[in-house]
Design a protein around this ligand. Structure first.
Ligand code: FES
Ligand SMILES: [Fe+2]
Length: 354
């Protein structure tokens, strides 16, 4: 028997999470406007473009509970395809074909959630009662001279925490990615200073530049700077050893439920001649294929109290500690949650400078 490290996951509803890429929404239906079914934190949602406004609401018609994602977009309304009720962008039923003269029942509503498009991704916040979280930071979006590629999202059979930890795990490179991302001779990981700043975990590492000789041309090796907006985003800026340009991997793991996550990846790099996108996408895919079977083998899918931690697991240890604090603080109320999220803890200031 294992005990989950995070018992109460309701705090996650206060954060913004991506649910699909803009392109995925456009491809979901021949209209280019959806509707599209997605799941976030166990809630079934429908996303649609209603008259130019992208909206997210509960994927259930108030009438006889048919899925609205089986319906269709009609101008700026979403129509249920069972009996034709039409909903506006706020989730209110505004037309009931069976009895148009009757007043519309007050409860004829599909709960609408806050929804925004940023970085070509559709973001949803399920609980807006505290208004105390932002869409995560991405350093390179719309920066001049940078090229961004939004990769199609992908689902892994694991919790978002495990996906996040895998992406920031400094000990696994030599074992899971020998010759792809890392030289297996360097199997002793660095232990960085880990700061909490304004809702982000920040740390940096400098892999040995000598590794460059034994790694493929596409491998983005350089000095790594991580800014990780809690709970599931990572903005990894790599200053490439090869040519001193910037290469950024931005990723967010979106919790479908406790044991599945949908993952978003944007590759950003300095514009160069003769540097096609597909090479970078293929390289990242290869790395993902190396990680996925190991990460999906971790069981249970949720992170657990009984796992044995080492000092070299510092990033993951700090992450788990913060997640737990956020979960507990949220149960105490908004003030405690805001304090737990935004109080800075600067580990780097307390370390001796060398
Ligand atoms: S179930 Fe949607 S209109 Fe009847
Ligand atoms: Fe990996």
């Amino acid at each position: 028997m294992t005990r989950p490290l995070i018992e109460d996951r309701s705090f996650l509803r206060h954060f913004w999470h991506p649910v699909c890429t803009r392109q995925e929404l456009e491809a979901a239906h021949p209209s280019g406007r959806g509707p599209m079914a997605v799941t976030l934190l166990g809630e079934k949602l429908v996303v649609a473009n209603l008259g130019g406004k992208i909206v997210a609401m509960q994927d259930r018609c108030a009438h006889r509970f048919a899925a609205l994602s089986k319906g269709s977009v009609d101008g700026d309304k979403l129509r249920c395809n069972y009996h034709g009720w039409r909903y506006d962008a706020g989730g209110r039923a505004v037309h009931i074909p069976a009895c148009p003269e009757q007043p519309i029942p007050r409860k004829a509503v599909a709960t609408a959630y806050e929804c925004e498009v940023r970085y070509d991704l559709v973001w949803v916040r399920l609980d807006s009662s505290w208004q105390c979280t932002e869409i995560p930071y991405f350093s390179e979006w719309e920066q001049p001279g940078m090229r961004n590629v939004v990769v199609p999202s992908y689902v892994w059979n694991t919790a978002s925490e495990r996906r996040w930890e895998n992406f920031t795990d400094l000990s696994h490179f030599a074992f899971v990615h020998p010759g792809t991302l890392y030289d297996p001779a360097y199997d002793r990981p660095p232990i960085p200073a880990v700061d909490r700043v304004d809702g982000e975990m920040r740390f940096a590492i400098e892999p040995p530049p000598e590794m460059l000789e034994n790694l493929p041309q596409n491998c983005p090796i350089g000095s790594f700077t991580y800014r990780c907006a809690m709970p599931y985003s990572i903005n990894l800026v790599i200053r490439l050893y090869r040519d001193d340009t910037t290469f950024t991997l931005w990723t967010t793991s979106s919790p479908i439920d406790e044991t599945h996550c949908r993952n978003f990846l944007i590759i950003a790099r300095a514009e160069k001649d003769d540097d096609p996108d597909h090479q970078h996408i293929a390289f990242q895919k290869l790395v993902l294929q190396e990680d996925q079977p190991i990460i999906e083998s971790q069981w249970p899918a949720e992170i657990s109290m009984e796992e044995v931690s080492l000092v070299t697991d510092k990033v993951s240890n700090q992450y788990r500690k913060w997640l737990r604090e956020l979960s507990i603080a949220a149960a105490q109320g908004k003030d405690a949650f805001v304090k737990a999220l935004h109080t800075s803890v600067t580990d780097s200031a307390s370390l001796p400078t060398v």
